[in-house]
Design a protein around this ligand. Structure first.
Ligand code: CUO
Length: 674
């Protein structure tokens, strides 16, 4: 209930069940206090449930309360991070759920709603007594971060004039942030996809980079996953661009050069009652001096950190705070660098290597008002829920990925003994779907998302927003595997797809192609001696989560039967949205190569119990409270260069490829229609 209608006080009716919190009188903020009795009576009268709130000795909330209630909140801003860290700590430190509920009632009336939502989400993910509880999908709590504000005006109109139950969905027009004369607009459907932005927000929620409680951050291979998940975003975005006749993204590596791309978000913050600021074409990042955010930093500092980072790669070792050096090993080097780069509190030396990635977000997001003279807040790059809308996000992360790749390029290429699986031969791989053999098919689809939980101070009842997004038809992989080892064994199937040609229609060299390899799936499967036919559905992908989990509240609502799986929404909300599994393709059929490798599961597996844990998007999100479920480097076997000139030269007998196309039809269907 604390997630519903974020700025409506908790002594008003919350949620569909019309619950009202009965808070101690001194919990009321000043503006409501004189009315405390009448208010609770008024709002309690037709409530179907009153929830008594325990009167506790309140912790010191002065630090998190420094952020004004109606400001924006950004994890990338160090001061906000500190405040959030403190609040998470307070939430984690509450003795039991009753006390947590009590402090939340107090906070909900005083703490910035974005920060409150974030900190409570993190705390619920990490407290033993709340782990199974549902966290509503973020787009329902803060739809303003994902869609045109016109929608909310229209939704208010609808909720006020049309009775609940007979309301038509409010339509969000597609492609509204720029005209066709802006070439970047061709991939706006990707950048501004609600599911993609939700995934990114969720990923950073599950993998926070700072918290007073180290356990919250210290997850298995989190630095490496930071590298890999973002590497995959760049690969996917590049392929999406190539499908739309755009070149691969230009990395942002010269911090003194103007940023060619402008971005006008057309988003309003309902909490801050402000439009998100735009960035004009040709903007240059400048030294920041914003006392209000306690940020004072020069662009040269970003350059210094970058030089030190490159030096670490050059020397294959990092300098520790005591001036000794720690070598980067093949096993953990990328993980160390990931944490150093982001940087998270797991950084081995934040004092020296700084905060390169996060501050890049900060510099760019304040480039329109570096000294706060216009009293403007950060742009979309400053918030993990909105950053992926902006073309510059991909330029920044393309550069970061390039730096990681510099490190990966120093590793010894995999020898055949690392790649091959003796006795296992993949004789063929195929896909089939409604488009026929080896043709993937895509089109537009319209789906709806619930808005009412994010609409403060409006009449109750459901109101939906209808939006348009890319969708693909489901398909089946058929993989023929011959096991000549004479015994049953287990294989790990690694499925990728990549473009075949570059922007000029020339065949991609292996080195370029491997960096465009998009992971589609990874699964293990027993292999009997002799011939095996393995079939796998696209919907089972280890990369994606189903539409329902991206967009729907999975909690058992009152009256629902509910299920254990449903209760795991909190972690399971992380995952690439299934509707974006494939790039768009082209009307002619975009040529791609499908790749499958079967590796030896005995070399890959991580021994752990994963029963009951949410692991269906493990490739990009890991498994909650478990180790990353694959011992190989993330992105294996394409995480590093090889001697091969072309993909065909790279193949060992346990791999196979198939030429396919992705055919796009410019038609729109409603969800559920075929
Ligand atoms: Cu996900 Cu830069 O890390 O946004």
């Amino acid at each position: 209930l604390f997630f519903d209608r974020p700025t409506e006080p908790c002594f008003m009716q919350k949620g569909d069940e019309k619950a009202v919190f009965e808070v101690p009188e001194h919990y009321y903020p000043e503006k409501y206090r004189s009315l405390s009795t009448t208010l609770s009576n008024r709002f309690g009268d037709n409530a179907s449930r009153t929830i008594p709130v325990r009167n506790i000795a309140l912790p010191n909330l002065s630090l998190p309360m420094q952020l004004p209630y109606n400001d924006q909140f950004s994890l990338f801003v160090p001061q906000h991070r500190k405040m959030a860290g403190k609040l998470i700590d307070i939430f984690l430190g509450m003795r039991d759920v009753e006390d947590l509920q009590s402090v939340c009632s107090y906070c909900q009336l005083r703490i910035n709603p974005y920060m409150f939502n974030y900190c409570l989400s993190v705390a619920m993910l990490h407290r033993d007594d709340t782990k199974g509880l549902n966290i509503p999908t973020f787009v329902e709590s803060f739809p303003d971060k994902f869609m045109d504000p016109k929608v909310f005006r229209r939704a208010r109109e609808v909720t006020t004039t049309v009775p609940s139950g007979t309301r038509m969905p409010v339509v969000i027009p597609a492609n509204l942030t720029a005209a066709d004369s802006e070439p970047e607009q061709r991939v706006a459907y990707f950048r501004e996809d609600i599911g993609i932005n939700l995934h990114h927000w969720h990923w950073h929620l599950v993998y926070p980079f700072e918290a007073a409680n180290r356990e919250v951050v210290d997850k298995d291979r989190r630095g490496e996953l930071f590298y890999y998940m973002h590497q995959q975003i760049i690969a996917r975005y590049n392929v999406e661009r190539m499908c739309n006749n755009l070149g691969r993204v230009t990395r942002y590596n010269d911090f003194r050069a103007p940023i060619a791309e402008g971005y006008f978000p057309k988003l309003d913050s309902q909490v801050a009652s402000r439009a998100w600021p735009p960035r004009f074409e040709g903007t240059v990042i400048r030294d920041l001096d914003r006392p209000v955010d306690q940020i004072r930093i020069d662009v040269s500092e970003l350059e210094t950190w970058r030089e030190r980072f490159l030096q670490a790669i050059e020397n294959n070792s990092v300098i520790l705070p005591n001036n000794s050096t720690m070598p980067l090993t093949e096993e953990t080097g990328i993980d160390v660098l990931g944490n150093l780069m982001e940087s998270s509190i797991l950084s081995r030396n934040r004092g020296y290597y700084g905060d390169l990635h996060n501050m890049g977000h900060v510099f760019i997001s304040y480039s329109h008002d570096p000294d706060h003279r216009h009293l403007e807040q950060f742009g979309v790059m400053g918030d993990s829920a909105t950053a992926m809308r902006d073309p510059v996000f991909y330029r920044w992360h393309a550069y970061i990925d390039d730096i990681f790749n510099l490190y990966k390029s120093k590793l010894t290429p995999y020898a055949n003994d690392k790649l091959d699986f003796p006795g296992i031969r993949v004789s063929s791989v195929e896909v089939s779907g409604p488009g026929g053999a080896n043709t993937f098919t895509t089109q537009w689809e319209q789906s709806t998302v619930e808005l009412s939980r994010g609409l403060d101070f409006t009449p109750r009842g459901s109101v939906l927003a209808r939006f348009t997004h890319l969708q693909h038809d489901e398909f089946t992989y058929t993989i023929e595997v011959n096991n000549t080892s004479g015994a049953a064994t287990m294989g790990t199937f690694r499925v990728f797809v990549a473009p075949v040609n570059d922007e000029r229609g020339q065949p991609l060299r292996f080195e370029d192609q491997r960096r465009l390899m998009i992971e589609l799936d990874k699964f293990s499967q027993p292999l009997n001696p002799g011939a095996n036919t393995v079939r796998r559905q696209s919907a089972e992908s280890s990369v994606t989560i189903p539409y329902e989990r991206t967009f729907r509240d999975q909690a058992a609502r009152p009256g629902d039967a509910g299920s254990a799986a449903a209760a795991e929404f909190d972690f399971c909300g992380c995952g690439w949205p299934h509707h974006m599994l494939l790039p768009k393709g082209t009307a002619m059929g975009y040529p791609v190569v499908l790749f499958v490798m079967v590796s030896n599961w005995n070399d890959d597996r991580v021994q752990q119990d994963t029963v009951g844990s949410c692991n269906d998007a493990a490739s990009y999100c890991g498994i909650r409270d478990r180790r990353y479920p694959d011992r190989r480097p993330m992105g294996f076997p394409f995480d590093r260069p090889a001697g091969a000139a072309a993909l065909q030269d790279f193949l060992t007998p346990n791999m196979a490829t198939r030429a396919c196309t992705i055919r796009f039809t410019d038609a729109t269907r409603l969800r559920g229609q075929r």
